[in-house]
Design a protein around this ligand. Structure first.
Ligand SMILES: [Zn+2]
Length: 712
């Protein structure tokens, strides 16, 4: 996704050989039990029926269990070749089922598929436990790991051994029986607390409704916002009134446009006190307990804090590195935000307001300041962004950088009539992979945009198996005689997902177990592609008016650029404060339950948070870090980390030329082809020459000493 989430392929390692296919004659008609003879081995979507999934899952799980068991019970002394390698290859059958199933579950789902997903989840998690808690298997892996330096392994093989071993250890394999038991209890409690936290946030978000009865209270709101509020009221049986809620599409336009200061205060107050009312849905005790349990879990596993445990697998490695980055951005961001506050206060005064700027005013007046300075409508760009042209623009950039080509093929199986499929060839004409696009919304497709795969790249029996990649988005549709015309944000999303796609297409690793890329690295290949979107040499290739063919005027592009820098102080401060809060909660060195309110206040006071801005997520509704799974705990910083990497890396292209061949080659080899086979920072430094610097991002966001265009 933009902000990541490629297909969750629950893939435990995966893969080996369809041992004897003749074993299952009854399932002969099930495509998962057969070899695929389609072009490039693309899944035969037309032949795969819903009824095929469950038997295939069951067969795959049974086969993988058997394969892993055989490795664990091997009587030979453990070696790379009889333990690590077969483990990496185990589960091939299951892998093939999962990758198709989860791809379809996201892009073309229905009740039946969702039912199957629920049914197989516990089966898969049991399989996972059986592998990770298999002591005989771990003992073998550990033996190989201990001897890894003396085995004459390649860099990639060594990394595979380390990854495998680490995975076991982080799951508690090295603990004694008593600690293992405690760990299991903590895991269970954490998962329940996370669910409760998430339920409370959802409940508190949905429970609030601002109902407006008088038309004059709608003053300032655009017609689209008003009619959505009328619809919301109607479906709540409040016909003739207008209803607003705390969901993003409702509250943010309200705060941006509603003239009534009193109503803005009400809705913002409801938003920021969610799950903080001291009742049954209060999250403060829950999140304090979560933070304490995480600290305990980290310490059981030999780490100082939860953040140390999490960051050990990221590019940042240690908390000090994350704090260091945040500190470098914080000071300039705060300075610019203070400047924005002064401008806004001036706008308040000028409009006759006799009050001091508060959080409830920020979005409203900042919108007015922005409009008066950079009056232009983003919609004016749309006629220049015809979908097919934009996609060809992305292909053009890839061709100029890497020499690769895209040829549409009509004979490749597709799961929907709107899917298009391209054969991708390398500069020397060899086959690189299949790239599919699925760009428009429909029922059954989840929201957002993401890059997924229907086959991973790896080596099988010495042969390079090339990947099958798909970009799934929800872009504006064609209407009537007008082709699909994209907004600028959609154009950037297209390039972004295409960047994830290139990352998959260029992959050249021997083992699936080294394809994991750290969370704070994975958005580099995608976000960097957005950097070419507004380059004049690229615009003139793809940004042509769909009727007249005229290339987008450069003054229009310049206007966009300027307007986008406005408000970066606010956006940066709001986001960075949340990143600090996340890090503070997860660098507790004592597993102690804190008073959540006092803790948050102290955390904000420490960075001199300005009272006119509220941290993007207050602790009681910071679902990224405390919600189910807690995927972004000690990781909320990774969004800006990726932006730092992108701005810093693109600087090389800026200096040497946006299509400089040597730079492109280095980017491909170091960053795109094999990043998981080495330490991510090592790889980055090899490309860049030094560790990432924040300078280019500060400039891009307009957070530098230099005056910001349009702002005095
Ligand atoms: Zn992304």
């Amino acid at each position: 996704m933009r902000k990541w989430l490629a297909l969750v392929v629950l893939a435990l390692a995966a893969i080996p050989v369809f041992a004897q296919q003749a074993a299952a004659p009854a399932a002969a008609a099930n495509p998962f039990f057969e070899e695929w003879t389609t072009p490039f081995g693309v899944p035969p979507f037309g032949q795969i029926k819903e009824a095929h999934y469950l038997p295939a899952f069951k067969e795959g799980i049974a086969r993988e269990r058997k394969e892993v068991d055989a490795i664990a019970k091997d009587l030979q002394a453990p070696t790379f070749a009889n333990t690590i390698e077969p483990l990496d290859q185990s589960g091939e059958f299951l892998d093939r089922v999962q990758i198709v199933f989860y791809g379809q579950l996201s892009a073309e789902t229905n009740d039946t598929l969702q039912g199957i997903a629920k049914e197989v989840a516990p089966m898969l998690s049991a399989l996972n436990d059986d592998i990770n808690l298999n002591e005989a298997l771990f003992a073998r892996v550990k033996t190989v790991w201990e001897k890894r330096d003396a085995l004459g392994l390649t860099q990639e093989q060594k990394k595979l051994v380390e990854e495998r071993y680490k995975e076991f250890v982080r799951g508690g394999a090295n603990l004694d029986a008593k600690d293992k038991e405690r760990l299991r209890a903590i895991n269970k409690e954490l998962s329940l607390l996370g669910l409760k936290f998430g339920d409370n946030v959802l409940r508190e978000t949905n429970a609030y409704r601002l109902v407006i009865e008088k038309k004059e209270d709608l003053a300032g709101l655009p017609p689209g916002v008003v009619s959505a509020a009328a619809d919301a009221a109607k479906s709540a049986k409040l016909e003739g009134k207008w209803a607003f809620g705390l969901q993003a599409p409702s509250i943010w336009p309200f705060l941006q446009y509603a003239d009534s200061r009193e109503l803005r205060r009400q809705i913002l107050n409801a938003y920021t006190t969610r799950a903080d009312h001291g009742d049954a849905y209060d999250n403060k005790a829950i999140l304090s307990k979560i933070a304490a349990l995480r600290a305990e879990r980290a310490q059981l596993l030999g780490y100082k804090t939860w953040a140390d445990f999490v960051l050990d697998r990221n590019m940042a490695k240690v908390p000090a590195k994350v704090y260091g980055l945040l500190d470098q951005l914080w000071t300039p961001a705060l300075a610019v935000a203070h400047k924005e506050a002064t401008d806004i206060q001036a706008a308040i005064n000028a409009s006759g307001g006799d009050f001091k700027l508060e959080p409830l005013d920020w979005r409203y007046y900042s919108e007015k300041v922005k409009k008066s300075r950079y009056d232009f409508d983003e919609e004016a760009l749309r006629p220049y962004f015809k979908l097919d042209n934009v996609r060809d623009g992305a292909f053009y950039v890839a061709n100029k950088l890497y020499g690769i080509t895209f040829t549409e093929r009509s004979d490749i199986p597709k799961y929907h009539v709107e899917v298009r499929a391209f054969e991708v060839k390398d500069a020397d004409g060899t086959f690189l992979g299949v790239f599919m696009t699925d760009y428009h919304p429909r029922p059954g497709k989840r929201g957002g945009a993401w890059s997924g795969r229907y086959r991973d790249q790896y080596f099988k029996d010495g042969k390079d198996v090339r990947p099958i990649v798909v970009n799934v988005c929800n872009f504006s549709r064609p209407t009537g005689d007008t082709p699909a015309l994209l907004s600028l944000e959609e154009v950037e999303t297209l390039f972004h997902e295409f960047g994830h796609g290139l990352h998959s297409l260029f992959s050249r690793v021997h083992y699936k177990g080294v394809s994991r890329v750290p969370r704070d690295f994975v958005e580099l290949p995608s976000q960097i592609m957005e950097s070419w979107v507004l380059e004049p040499d690229v615009l003139k290739v793809y940004a042509k008016h769909w009727k007249t063919g005229e290339v987008i005027p450069s003054d229009l592009v310049a206007k966009v650029d300027r307007a986008r820098k406005y408000g970066q102080g606010f956006a940066s401060v709001e986001y960075l404060a949340a990143s600090y809060l996340d890090m503070d909660w997860h660098t507790l060195s004592q597993p102690r339950e804190e008073n959540a309110t006092a803790f948050e206040n102290a955390s904000m006071a420490k960075i001199h948070m300005m009272p006119e801005i509220i941290v993007r997520y207050r602790s009681p509704y910071f679902s990224h870090i405390f919600g189910p799974g807690g995927g972004y705990s000690a990781g909320y910083y990774s969004y800006i980390w990726a932006e730092v990497l992108v701005a810093d890396a693109f600087q090389v292209f800026v200096e040497k030329g946006i299509f400089d061949q040597a730079t492109a080659k280095s980017f491909r080899t170091n960053i795109l082809e094999r990043p998981g086979t080495e330490d991510a920072m090592t790889v980055y430094v090899r490309f860049r020459g030094h560790e990432p610097s924040v300078g280019p991002l500060l400039a891009k966001r307009g957070l530098t000493e230099a005056p910001i265009p349009g702002i005095q």
